[in-house]
Ligand binder design. Structure first.
Ligand SMILES: Cc1cc2nc3c(=O)[nH]c(=O)nc-3n(C[C@H](O)[C@H](O)[C@H](O)COP(=O)(O)OP(=O)(O)OC[C@H]3O[C@@H](n4cnc5c(N)ncnc54)[C@H](O)[C@@H]3O)c2cc1C
Length: 480
């Protein structure tokens, strides 16, 4: 927008000049601007995580990439920040700072376009595309994307933070397969960045999170997965100690073709769940194995020897993977957090079982341990990129940890203390094995940026300073 906007105070959306400027923006964009009190305000400001109360100065619902650029320029003129949000899966840390009172929440959820070039095996998605959109577009072509476990997680937010898929151990983080990014930077300029253009910004965006601009489109590689079996093995929660110990030992010697996790689940009675799940407390191993059925049987033998009550592992197409983790089908009030572990010795398993197993009073719905390693190791991922002639990975080339712990519960009136205590105890007990780094996507509370980026933080801050010196762009995990 070239027309100057009236000046206004950043913190009071009811001042006439701020209202005027936002009305001016509303007139000029294809989408909508909402301010407190407008019809639809509460819906517009609500995040996927319904436990988070976002109270921004205004909400812009973008209808195209031009709306994004106009919003950024207007916010900058008003002295407001711009916080892009596709779904609000990771809204907790974003809203922690005064509920976003000094920011425009820029919702991208109407920008759901997905284009696929089957020949080059590249997908191009708009800012608000969700994994379900991508999987629906690529599966009929026999292709696979590095999707997360949930159909309605945003592709952009997930990928900017790294992205751990069910193919993580064989393919590495999703960010390593991004080939180009369209981004609007704080000056309101639309740029296309890749390994040859704005290479430093391209490096920062691939794993550094959303602090460097508003992404309007992302292009990434798709894959052929010729053989896949996946499913869960399930036991009553009383078996947690045996099953977790066996799973942990099993992971010590697995090929990269197998990605798996183990979790203690306490499911409330829910009519939409099958009877073997509804209202039950369980220990579950979930696996995705890119192997033919005979090799799957061979690899799974040590876990099947524990006589699971239910075993759903079967050959399937990769689009079925979106159901494997049984993530909530719609927005949910959640309270959770994660921690990376360098290793998982028997003492760590015992600590985890004490806090999440049958004899604990855990209020968590799910307490899980994901297996990382193989292509998730940054050094291995960098070597593979170089050997395959791909561009150097970005700041998050991989995750320097063997395992990832994540605990989550449903936030309901009256259970906040119980959830915080259960999660706090679980994470405190496994802390002795904590890795030297944290994973951005599974950090649902604010962290010091050093925890995510270590020695790369200064380089990231230099990128931020170059593209957004006055900190117009507000992300859930700012670099400084
Ligand atoms: C149920 C559930 C399942 C999950 N499963 C996985 C999983 O399997 N693997 C995994 O790695 N992670 C997983 N996650 C974590 C998830 O990847 C993060 O929460 C991620 O941030 C979600 O992105 P989003 O866009 O949906 O969320 P949002 O809250 O909308 O966005 C999170 C942040 O991403 C940035 N962002 C979003 N859109 C843009 C944009 N257009 N431009 C610039 N920045 C932007 C912003 O900084 C924003 O604050 C899961 C989370 C949940 C709640």
């Amino acid at each position: 927008m070239n027309t100057p906007v009236p000046s206004a105070t950043a913190t009071d959306p009811t001042t006439l000049s701020l209202r005027e400027a936002l009305a001016f923006l509303d007139d000029r964009i294809a989408g909508r601007v909402l301010i407190p009190g407008d019809p639809g305000w509460d819906e517009a400001r609500s995040a996927w995580n319904l436990a988070i109360d976002q109270r921004p100065a205004a909400v812009v619902i973008a209808a195209d990439a031009a709306d994004v650029a106009r919003t950024v320029r207007t916010a900058k003129g008003l002295g407001l920040a711009v916080a892009p949000q596709a779904t609000g899966h990771n809204a907790g840390p974003l809203a922690a700072r005064d509920g976003l009172a000094d920011a425009i929440l820029l919702r991208t959820h109407e920008l759901r376009g997905v284009e696929v070039d089957a020949e080059s095996r590249i997908a191009r998605v708009e800012a608000g595309a969700q994994w379900g959109d991508v999987v629906a577009a690529v599966a009929p072509l026999g292709l696979t994307a590095l999707a997360g476990s949930s159909h309605d997680v945003g592709v952009v937010g997930y990928t900017l933070g790294g992205g751990i898929s069910w193919l993580a151990r064989s393919h590495g983080v999703a960010a390593n397969h991004v080939v180009a990014i369209d981004v609007v930077t704080a000056d309101g300029m639309a740029r296309r960045v890749d390994a040859e253009h704005d290479a430093e910004l391209f490096w920062a965006l691939r794993g550094g999170g959303g602090d460097f601009g508003v992404v309007t489109a992302l292009e990434f590689r798709l894959f052929d997965v010729p053989a896949l079996s996946a499913g869960m093995l399930l036991w009553s929660i009383e078996r947690t100690a045996d099953v977790m110990a066996a799973w942990s030992a099993w992971t010590a010697d697995l090929p990269a073709s197998v990605t798996s996790l183990v979790r203690a689940l306490r499911l409330p009675p829910m009519p939409e769940l099958p009877p073997f799940l509804s209202g039950r407390s369980l220990v579950v191993v979930e696996v995705a194995m890119q192997e033919d059925p005979a090799r799957v049987d061979e690899l799974l033998a040590p876990l099947r020897a524990l006589a699971p009550e239910v075993d759903t592992v079967h050959p399937q197409n990769s689009d079925e993977l979106l159901q494997l983790h049984m993530d909530p089908p719609q927005p949910t009030p959640g309270y959770g957090d994660g921690m990376l572990l360098a290793e998982l010795p028997p003492a760590a398993i015992r600590a985890f079982v004490d806090e999440a197993g049958p004899d604990s009073s855990s209020a968590l719905l799910s307490a899980e341990i994901r297996h990382l390693g193989a292509m998730m190791r940054p050094g291995v991922a960098r070597a593979a990129a170089s050997a395959q002639g791909r561009p150097e990975p970005g700041v998050t080339a991989g995750i320097d940890a063997g395992y990832l712990v994540f605990g989550v519960g449903i936030a309901m009136p009256g259970n906040a203390d119980a959830l915080a205590e259960s999660l706090g105890r679980l994470l405190a007990r496994v802390e002795p094995w904590r890795a030297g780094t944290d994973y951005l996507n599974f950090a649902e509370h604010s962290r010091l940026p050093e925890r995510f980026f270590g020695d790369d933080l200064e380089r990231l801050r230099a990128v931020k300073q170059a593209v957004d010196p006055t900190k117009v762009i507000r992300s859930n995990h700012p670099v400084g």
